[in-house]
Design a protein around this ligand. Sequence first.
Ligand code: ZN
Length: 280
Amino acid sequence: MTNRQLDRREFLNWTIPAGIGLCSCFGCRTTPITQRRQLLLVPESQEVQMGVAAYEEVKTKNKISTNAKYKEVVDRVGQRLAAAAKQQNLGTNFDWEFVVIADQTQNAFCLPGGKVAFYEGILPVCQNEAGVAVVMSHEISHALARHGGERMSQQLQVEGAGKILQAVVKKKAADKEEVFMTAYNAGAKYGFVLPYSRKHESEADEMGIHIMSQAGYDPSEAPKFWERFASAKSGDAPPEFASTHPSDASRAAALKALLPKALEEYQAAPTKHGVGVPIA
Ligand SMILES: [Zn+2]
């Protein structure tokens, strides 16, 4: 069985109670901020439950960073972004948590439920708090917009109703956390990776730059981060941050186009942090 098949089957086993059919109106919603209609066949409560379980596994299987500065900055930026999201009535059901993993991979992710992980390797590229806010606001936007759930739902649609019923009947045990992490693009270390689409990436960029601005971080750091990242990339391309993304040049250009509105939101933010403290 390929991982791709496993991914679908396990997902079906979790989420589709027998007897539920797919109709055209079931599970549709509109994304926050970008207002795009999306198909979601997984209850959010279940996504959050799986996210929390997967995060526990991440924390158990990886070495947690002992770098106090990294931890402090990631926590502070995280709390501010979470507060800004809450003001927009986003992620109100999340129990936010932030962790730094002792690993030189240049990557980061956020699982449903607001479970954020940064790898040490991405932090020098961030350079300062605003750079951390660029990366984190992008990642939390994937979770707030439920991109992973949408991707799984798209797979379900492709499979068709017949296969779904088949899968419901054939329940098989497997490493659910791993499959879920895969669906959420949480890292090459967790096996087969299905990339977010470019549409999801652009949407996470757009949502992210607004959230960081509202949190009081200078949004002009967003295109600057991607320009730095383009020249800093090294080693294996991590799934979230390199291989599937639009070219860094094109995303930097798209972010520049979003800057005027983001700068207005930044000016209106109750407290401005500029670029925050540098990361040594
Ligand atoms: Zn992304």
